[in-house]
Every structure is written in structure tokens, then in C-alpha cells.
Design a binder for this molecule. Sequence first.
Ligand SMILES: Cc1ncc(COP(=O)(O)O)c(C=O)c1O
Length: 361
Amino acid sequence: MSNRIYNFNAGPAALPLPVLEEIQAEFLDFKGSGMSVTEVSHRSKWFDDVIEDAVTRTKRLLGLGDQFDVLFLQGGASLQFCMVPMNLCPPDQPADYVDTGTWSTKAIKEARGLGRSVNVVASSADKNFSYIPKEIRFSPDAAYVHLTSNNTIKGTQWSAFPETGKVPLVSDMSSDVMSRVFDPAPFGVIYAGAQKNLGPAGATLVLLRRDMRDRVPEALPTMLKYTTFAEKNSMFNTPPCFAIYAVSLVLKWLEETIGGLAQMEARNREKADLLYEAIDVDPFYQGTAERESRSVMNVTFRLPEASLESRFVQEALENGMGGLKGHRSVGGCRASIYNSTSLDAVKALVDFMKTFAQKYG
Ligand SMILES: Cc1ncc(COP(=O)(O)O)c(C=O)c1O
């Protein structure tokens, strides 16, 4: 469709065109039900198949086996900032957190607000969160180690996860879930708002390692207990049906069109390399993240002046490229190049960057 732009939004973000087309094609009559997927009962066979498909594909793509429950919750990743400590951290045990900015800072605040004893074992606040800390000393008695695998705003990403021995990792993977291959075994919980790499806003993916179920306190409110949802296949109450349906189609695309996570990772790496190269060859553009901490998903950069940055965003839009404004808390420019962003989109952006720098540099 000619009026679709190249979408570099940070979230909600681009979805694969074949997925949008499939949604459109079956929107009025879902699988011969004579109803839209937004109209069928979540207790029907039609929706059972949808959620089953989303769960099975998630397990297959991430190699989860039966060691994990795959849950689709509501409340966004932000609700997980408090559900994680409520469910996994007894009040008399500390939890380790690594502070890599904004989202981890919020997660720390929530855990502390619940009265948990939080050790911030490492932070990159000293350099404006432009890097991922190394050589961290974790507490042997921590309930878990929490980290944000990709900082959507600062454009930093853990390239490998730290060894924490018996202490489970917990990660907010909102902005890089399903973008690369990794070993899920050390993670007690992984959570991610769907609206970047998985589908539309409205569903939050939570992967709960089975042994974490034992930690969930009986006394928690029903809707805040992981076990409530684990025991009912995410359908204790009405789930975010449409979002889960769209996630299942995105996962189908990832498996059947892309070929899985290894192929997705290679594509993502190629896109990121191309874009960082464009930044590195021209001093007109300054990357904001330290090189070895650079995100493959969110590429953040500055231009010589704020007025040029506004112009860049505006002219890019006039050239069919949207969503390049940096987060309002940091300014600058940001290209979010999640799974669904094509190599063609990145090539078009790189060409535009060259032309823009020639014009104004
Ligand atoms: C890494 C990360 N964590 C958490 C959030 C907050 O997610 P939600 O809006 O789903 O609560 C975001 C949103 O952009 C994010 O990028």
C-alpha cells in the first residue's frame, strides 16, 4: 500500500504488513464463526485455539519447553515493576537491581515502595545511562537479580546476561523480546509489553519459570498473583483477546516467514550495523550510547543542534519516515528498528541521513 510510511516508532511500533493484512482479511468473519475475533467469546473454541497457538509458538521460538508458564496479562510492563517483587521477593529478603535508566529506575522505585530491601548493585547513572555496567558483585542471598535487557530510551542493551549462580535473573525485555537467541534457563521471570516486538498494546507477555510458582504468597490479591493466571492459562478473567490474537500472528510470521530467532537476530544485526555505520562515518551524527552497549533495537543519536534535530524529524516525515524523535525525557533522535522494521526502511533512512548531512552539515 503506497501510503504506508517507514515506521520507526518506539512503541506502539511497526507490525509486519502481512500480519496487518491477515487481520484485515479475517476481521469481520473469524475462521467461519460469522463474528469478528473481537466479538467471539474468550471461552470459545475459536479463542482457545488462538491462545494455544500464541503459547505454543512462544515456547517453540524461545526454546522454553515445559519449564515455563507463558502468560498474557494486562497492565503493561509497568504493572510488572510491582508484581515481580510482590510475587518473588519475601519481605525479609533483599533483591538486586541493576539500574540502567528510566525503566529499571522505575522498577527499583516500585520495589522500594513495597518495602522491599533493594540493593542497586550497579548503575550507569554516572554517565547518563549511556552504558551497561560490567563486573557486578551480586548478593548471594538476593531473591533475584533484576535488569532491563534493553533501554528503549537511552539505546543501550545487554549483549550478554550476567552469571548469577543460583539467584534467578528477572528481566524486563519489553523492547527486545524475540529479537535474538538467548538461554532462558537462568531467568525466573521475563516480562514484556507487547507493543514493540510482539503486537499491539494491551497484552503483556510474562514467562514464569515453574519453580517461581512456589514463591507466590497466598495473601496477595487474586489479580496480582502469577499463579492465578498460570493455573487458568491466562484466562482467570477476560484476557486482552485482540492483542493476543495479533501476537499469535506476529509469532507465526516470525516462525514461518522469517524462520525463527536466529534468522531474526541476523536480520536485526544487519539493520543495526548499517545504521550505526552511518552514524560513525559522519561526525554530523553523534551516537549517544557507548559502542559496546549499543542497542540493536533503538538507535539513539544527536545532531549538532536541537533545531536541526527537529528539522531532521520533520524532513524525514516529509520523505515517508516517521517516529524518529527521541524520547521526550532525553531529546535527540531515535530510530527504533524492531523485528518488523525492514532492511529497506533502514536503507531509506541511511540514504536520507546522508542527504540531510550534506545539506545542513
Ligand atoms: C523497557 C521498557 N520497560 C517498560 C516500559 C513500560 O511499558 P508499558 O507502557 O507497557 O507499561 C517500556 C515502554 O516503553 C519500556 O520500553
